[in-house]
Design a protein around this ligand. Structure first.
Ligand code: ADP
Ligand code: MG
Length: 779
């Protein structure tokens, strides 16, 4: 044996002895006792045998059975026992930053160690890892990045991909995709992407072990993707949970739907009417009224159409008040036990938290321990949710769907499920996507319910009618089918993973469904100038690939940086990433519209936002931000989010080198409205419409002939969301190439411009200026 071998051997023995003495200590013994009672522990030997005999093993089991905390530890322990402890290197990926951090901490404490000894973590911009770290928890993005610089994962002996079923980052579905993407730059490269890369790696590294862990029944799908890999199921046990749908809840609690429960869109108005006519309907009557509402919305059988109609049944309309009511009901009438409330995002959680703090029962710390749990929370805060409250105090946790599978709170007996989660939804037709609360799948709903049955029989309150549940999709669509592929395509190119089409044809699911969308995405990227005709990245494309956001937003930021007008542009881009900060409550629609029109007198929703935000900023400095929002029908949480996103975007731009760290981001010209319109146009192209098509503009008054828009929304008729009117010259200069057909169409409407456009020299001039602009960007 070489000297090195001897050293490693001795180190392994040391590790072994350390563990042994920890397990003999009183705390260690208690911990071991806890671990031995987990279902995963009972399968330990079977799991280890499978992992040593097969290159790929898939492990499934109920949430909470011990996959995440135990399986990596089993591997580590068995390596240590077989005296390879000092040479093994186990990487375990987590779908989210917060779980990588909390799980590593938990595992370290189960081993009686501090973080950074044998167990560590690494997430973007943060980590805790020492010389002796053998088990590393990290995000998917971190592993992907490592794969780029180290194709063969030299030295790594085991890769564990945890929560593979979690296809993408539906984390809190926090306010936007962007938040998550920013918190871990490559997180939007979903597991599907990682799996393609890992599958490639397996043939080059035959001794490498790959373990996929999942909570749902997708195991077979993953198994067949890896050529029939071994599947091991950990049998779990949960207590029965009783389900109460909205109609039962209304019946049981005597809650009355009243007219002023945050009524702010179409469906909510319906709800309101229904309750006004019949404030105290019985259960069956309520159910049939609900069905009528849904039928009226063309709600027959499940289809994507139905899913759209479902959005007219919006639980938010009764949301906060009903949740408060049910919580009080539980506190007053129900047996002891913690309550877990599933909400859509952290902005909602914060508002609800404020509301509950003011409640006589729920805000009383001698009776209730009110906690929140979401992805952007510090880990010290997060630890509180695992603590047991003092006796007589009821723990209530307001959580995003992070508590669905990633985090297990053991003492939960009651679950309140709002039925929605923020997820990126994608409209293939218009190639647009947005992050909106949408209905969860049946699998998710069952998963949420299951959280109530961990320690004793539980209760699940679903704040939606049974017929809505019946129409839920069975499974959530994998992320790769939900998001626009544009960013992904840019990543594939910038990571030099070959041609886009070839790479994505190896996707885990539905490559044929992907094909059309991939083609659309490539086409789009060519139109906006991110890819050249050979599908190679242009310089613009290279910059866009560095910015983890939709290319159109990235384009605005880039041009904003070049023209030194980032102050307003940052606001616009941040504003496009959050839910519409202009509120439109149903009962005060006119007032709200009047309030908005003070800001948007010149036909730009984007400039309106800039003005509203700047007004808020001033008011906020004088501590009057909230009043300002109230008066102007603005959402205060959205304003705060915009404020913090602006900072994040700016630091990203600094990372890419597009913005100097010390020079000002906005010069005197930077607030010129025409310039900003040009930047908006540059970003949103080809989202252009001539004014004639717009249903919501007072056509004759608009100073400019074109509207650039962020999104086409289909509600009753198509209307344009977030649009800005721009002039011919802006469109010509900043609008990418315009087809002859479009010009022709425009000419028909705008007879006066005919000669101008027909003049061949205009076309030449246009080409020339565009070229200059492109050069400007390239340098
Ligand atoms: P799985 O990955 O199968 O969902 P985990 O390994 O995450 O399960 O959790 C196993 C058990 O350990 C659960 O019962 C959970 O309550 C407990 N647990 C996990 N993390 C913590 C923690 N930070 N503090 C206390 N208990 C924890
Ligand atoms: Mg887990």
């Amino acid at each position: 044996k070489s000297v090195m071998d001897k050293i490693l051997w001795r180190r392994s023995l040391q590790l072994h002895d350390q563990q042994h003495s920890w397990q003999e200590s009183p705390d260690g013994r208690k911990m071991l006792e806890f671990r031995r009672n987990l279902p995963a522990y009972k399968e330990k030997n079977r799991l280890l045998a499978a992992i040593s005999q097969n290159q790929v093993v898939i492990i499934s089991g109920e949430t909470g059975c011990g996959k995440t905390t135990q399986v990596p530890q089993f591997i580590l322990e068995s390596e240590i026992t077989s005296v390879r402890g000092a040479v093994c290197s186990i990487i375990c990926t987590q779908p989210r930053r917060i779980s990588a951090m909390s799980v590593s901490e938990r595992v370290a404490s189960e081993r009686g160690e501090k973080l950074g000894e044998s167990v560590g973590y690494k997430v973007r911009l943060e980590g805790m890892k020492g010389r002796d770290t053998r088990l590393l928890f990290c995000t998917t993005g971190i592993l992907l990045r490592r794969l780029l610089v180290d194709r063969n994962l030299k030295g790594v002996t085991h890769v564990i991909v945890d929560e593979v079923h979690e296809r993408g980052m539906n984390e809190g579905k926090v306010l936007t995709n962007l938040r998550i993407v920013i918190s871990d730059r490559n997180a939007h490269l979903m597991p599907d992407f990682l799996l393609i890369v890992l599958k490639d790696l397996l043939s080059r590294r035959p001794e490498l072990r790959l373990v996929l862990m999942s909570a749902t029944l997708d195991a077979e799908l993953f198994s067949s993707y890896f050529g029939g890999a071994t599947v091991i199921n950990i049998p779990g046990f949960t207590y029965p949970v009783r389900t109460h749908f909205l109609e039962d809840i209304l019946d049981m609690t005597g809650y009355r739907l009243t007219p002023y429960n945050q009524i702010d869109d179409y469906g909510q108005e319906k709800m309101w009417k229904m309750s006004k006519q019949a404030p105290r309907k019985r259960k069956s009557q309520i159910a049939s009224a609900v069905e009528d509402t849904l039928k009226a919305a063309n709600f027959n059988e499940y289809s994507s159409q139905t899913r759209e109609s479902l959005s007219c049944w919006n639980p938010d309309c009764i949301g906060f008040n009903l949740i408060e009511y049910v919580l009080c009901y539980i506190c007053e009438k129900e047996r002891p036990g913690a309550v877990l409330v599933f909400m859509t995002g952290w902005d909602d959680i914060n508002s609800l938290n404020d509301k509950l703090q003011a409640n006589r029962i729920l805000g009383d710390p001698t009776r209730v321990l009110l906690l929140t749990c979401h992805g952007s929370m510090a880990s010290s805060e997060q630890r509180l949710i695992f603590d047991e409250p003092e006796s007589g105090v009821r723990k209530i946790v307001l959580a995003t769907n992070i508590a669905e599978t990633s985090i297990t709170i053991n003492d939960v007996v009651f679950v309140i499920d709002c039925g929605k989660a923020k997820e990126t939804s994608y409209d293939a037709l218009n190639n647009t996507s947005c992050l909106l609360p949408s209905w969860i799948s049946k699998v998710s709903a069952q998963q949420r319910r299951g959280r109530a049955g961990r320690v004793q029989p539980g209760e699940c309150y679903r704040l939606y009618p049974r017929c809505v549940y019946d129409a839920f999709a069975e499974y959530q669509l994998p992320e790769i089918l939900r998001t626009p592929l544009q960013s992904l395509c840019l990543q594939i190119k910038s990571l030099r993973l070959g041609t886009i089409t070839e790479f994505l044809s190896r996707a885990l699911q539905s490559p044929e469904l992907l094909a059309v969308r991939v083609q659309n995405a490539i086409e789009y990227l060519k139109i906006i100038g991110a890819l050249d005709h050979n599908e190679e990245l242009t310089v613009l494309g290279q910059y866009l690939a560095m910015l983890p956001m939709e290319p159109k937003l990235g384009k605005m930021l880039i041009l904003g940086a070049i023209f030194n007008c980032l102050e307003p542009v940052l606001t616009i881009v941040a504003g496009l990433s959050v839910r519409d900060p202009f509120l439109a409550p149903m009962d005060k629609k006119d007032l709200a519209e009047a309030a908005k029109s003070q800001f948007s007198h010149d036909y730009s929703d984007h400039l309106a936002l800039v003005r509203a935000f700047e007004g808020w900023k001033d008011a906020e400095r004088g501590l009057a931000g909230y009043e300002y929002c109230w008066k102007n029908f603005l959402s205060a949480p959205s304003m705060k989010v915009i404020d913090s996103l602006r900072k994040e975007f700016l630091s990203l731009l600094k990372d890419t080198g597009l913005v100097d760290c010390d020079t000002s981001i906005c010069n005197a010209w930077g607030r010129d409205e025409r310039l900003i319109r040009a930047v908006i146009c540059y970003g949103l192209y080809p989202g252009i419409s001539s004014i004639v098509n717009s249903v919501n503009a007072r056509e004759s008054e608009i100073p400019y002939p074109w509207l650039v828009f962020n999104e086409k929304m289909k509600v009753n008729s198509v209307f344009l969301k977030d649009s800005t009117a721009v002039s011919d010259s802006v469109l010509l200069l900043f609008g990418g190439s315009i087809s002859q057909g479009e010009i022709d169409g425009h000419l028909k409407m705008m007879g006066g411009y005919l000669e101008f456009f027909m003049n061949p020299s205009v076309a030449d001039m246009y080409q020339c200026i565009r070229r200059e602009l492109d050069e400007l960007i390239q340098n």
